[in-house]
Design a protein around this ligand. Sequence first.
Ligand SMILES: *Cc1c(COP(=O)(O)O)cnc(C)c1O
Length: 478
Amino acid sequence: MAAPDESVVHGSKASPLAKPSELPALDKLLRDSAPLVAAHGHTLLAREARALLDASRARAVAGSLPRTELDALPQALAAQVQARLTPSMRAVINLTGTVIHTNLGRALLADAALQQVLALMAAPNNLEFDLDTGRRGDRDDLIEGLLCELTGAEAATVVNNNAAAVLLGIAALARGREAIVSRGELVEIGGAFRMPDVMSAAGATLVEVGTTNRTHPRDYEQAISPRTGVIVKVHTSNYAVQGFTAAVDEATLAPIAHAAGLPLMTDLGSGALVDLAAYGLPAEPLPQAMLAAGCDVVTFSGDKLLGGPQAGLIVGTREAVGRIRKFPMKRALRLSKLPFAALEATLRLYLRPERLVQDLPTLRLLTRPQAQIAALAAQLLPELAAAVAPRFTVETVALQSQIGSGSLPVERLPSAGLAFSAVDGRGRTLEALATSLRGLPRPVIGRLHEHRLLLDLRCLEDPALLTAQLAALREALA
Ligand SMILES: *Cc1c(COP(=O)(O)O)cnc(C)c1O
């Protein structure tokens, strides 16, 4: 067989291929990039230049490096350095329809929380310093009064996240003893957080009572023994048990626990601090109601419905919270000053409930009226249609948003958005669109559903973030 013409295989004659020997030496490339070296230093530039030359040499050896790229090596190096200096963690646009999305960082911080973080993190602060006495203080003192006022608790403390709060609570109350939990509440909350595993990690022996669908007061009563350390209730936040069911609520369980001298602990998971029904949202159990029902300890997350930073909030009686605070593991799980500053500022917003819908992004997004979202969809439709034509068509659609993060799992919020279909009707094409959207400077995350790509616009408060990227999208799809 005749050897094919080289210009056909390796590109046109106008763009011949570079030989390995034509590549510049490292020193030459660095000299040609002098301003970059001056800006970022020799260490980074030499490392990146070497990597670029190694990769180029491999391509030259393989016969796939166009000579034109030789002249563009300084530009390629600049781009590579820029990419190395850009953090991997980036802002994205959440159009999944799930408002508190665990994979996308959960709650957005309120302005007040952001300002507080900015103001405090580059300066020393009184995190553990009592300004009245000039002595060592306790970080809990900065936040305990506020948490008690908001929840009606006698005492409160905070840790790194709610998983830590549950672990610490069980360890402090039932290490080396038994913890009683209903079989209907042995939840897994994604990843490695399974209630039975948390029990053993906390050093407590799990005693399961009742059945998956029904647990009665007598089940708890019969399980109580001299070895019992705590009775635990877990809010089944990411699933619903429906049909022939029975669970024992906190108000019924508290007297049973207290008659045996035991504390009752409830893990609420999401834990809203205000009655969501008052905002037209599905009701969620409140820590204040759990305490009023007689719980000794209530734990909940800082970055779910509360709308703050990652944190685990523990509120309860002076006696039970005191035991938790003194438990040695507390020191390892404590909340760092960065989320601490954001959490305090977020909690202070709850002192003005009338303003909460404006002030707290989570609540603002959850309560956004469908008509407003639908109007935004209609407004964006022509520009988006033009950006994805001719391979895709777009239409406005009514959608159902989810609250997310295991909150109110079966509830949906009426929403609206845009649905993209591939003109050739192929799923692969639609996936390419999803990939292009994720590849934008500020990645856009939608969801694929029944041969359509859906963008739920509930969480798009600034449409310019999307429209500013449409030229880039058109280019990516070309
Ligand atoms: C989310 C959740 C947790 C874990 O909370 P993190 O703040 O994510 O650690 C624990 N229990 C329940 C019921 C939850 O919903």
